[in-house]
Ligand binder design. Structure first.
Ligand code: MG
Length: 279
């Protein structure tokens, strides 16, 4: 989804160029379409549909809270345990929490944060899984056909709020502070996850550098575990947890400052590139 001259439109990116998406002609008239329709119907680019997006919006707005995994990379679980003063322990089941969809912002948006609210802002590059077909009790072997595509989520976190409120929800929920995008790559185009790199930089300094294969709980396993408890819905977004190298993992911690630039990248999806603004 991009914001262009004629309002918000669904767009397809190819080789760095953006094109307006056209609904299938045989489709009945409908008020609105979503990225899920684009992924289901394929690339139907409008004639003369080239766009100059004014702003990239989050490529999908999930129907409810974003579902997030904590401590899903071994080295990150270890660095977080050190910070939290806990014994180092790898999770035996996925640690699942949520953040509201209102926390999401676009791939190039300025992330504006109230300096009265937090002084311990941190970055977390993560793989985002977009659910296509919903379902309950999805077996891990069947999980793949429930995935519409993949995106990048920077699970921006206020560590002081995360600690102060004990539950992680508020520290993860800063309004419009979780960059997501820049696109959703369809599941069929995004295979061989394990070898793909996942990285982040702060002001051009490489901070996180791992592979998707380093996740403790894989995507299929996670979908099975969550859908055992409640049905997943089309458009649900699951953020799969972050590798080591976040600000809180340093001693002393290296939190984000006003004017910092955070870049998050997953091989085959693209980049989030956001400036941090403390107001
Ligand atoms: Mg996270």
């Amino acid at each position: 989804m991009v914001s262009a001259e004629n309002g918000s439109v669904l767009a397809v990116e190819r080789d760095g160029r953006w094109y307006q998406w056209a609904p299938p002609q045989e489709a009945p008239a409908r008020g609105s379409w979503s990225a899920l329709d684009v992924l289901a119907a394929g690339e139907r680019i409008q004639a003369d549909g080239m766009l100059q997006p004014a702003r990239l919006l989050p490529p999908i707005l999930p129907p409810r809270n974003v579902i997030c995994l904590g401590k899903n990379y071994r080295a990150h679980a270890e660095e977080f345990a050190t910070y939290a003063g806990e014994a180092e322990k790898l999770p035996e089941a996925p640690i699942v929490f949520t953040k509201p969809a209102a926390a999401l912002c676009g791939a190039h948006d300025v992330v504006t944060v109230d300096r009265q609210v937090t002084s311990a802002l941190d970055y977390e590059v993560e793989l985002g899984v977009v659910i296509g077909a919903g379902g309950a009790h999805i077996a891990a072997e069947d999980a793949e056909r429930h995935i519409a595509g993949y995106t990048i989520v920077n699970d921006v976190t206020a560590r002081d709020l995360q600690r102060r409120h004990a539950q992680w929800f508020l520290g993860k929920s800063l309004y419009r502070a979780t960059p997501t995008g820049p696109v959703i790559v369809s599941a069929g185009e995004f295979t061989d996850l394990a070898g793909r790199s996942i990285r982040s930089w702060v002001n051009d300094e490489l901070r996180q550098d791992s592979k998707l294969g380093e996740m403790i709980f894989g995507v299929a396993e996670t979908i099975a575990e969550i859908s055992r408890i409640f049905p997943l819905e089309p458009g649900d977004l699951i953020a799969m947890g972050t590798p080591s190298g976040v600000g809180v993992g340093f001693d002393p911690p290296r939190y984000l400052n006003h004017g910092d630039r955070v870049v998050c990248e997953i091989d085959g999806i693209g980049r989030l590139d956001n400036l941090i603004h403390f107001a």
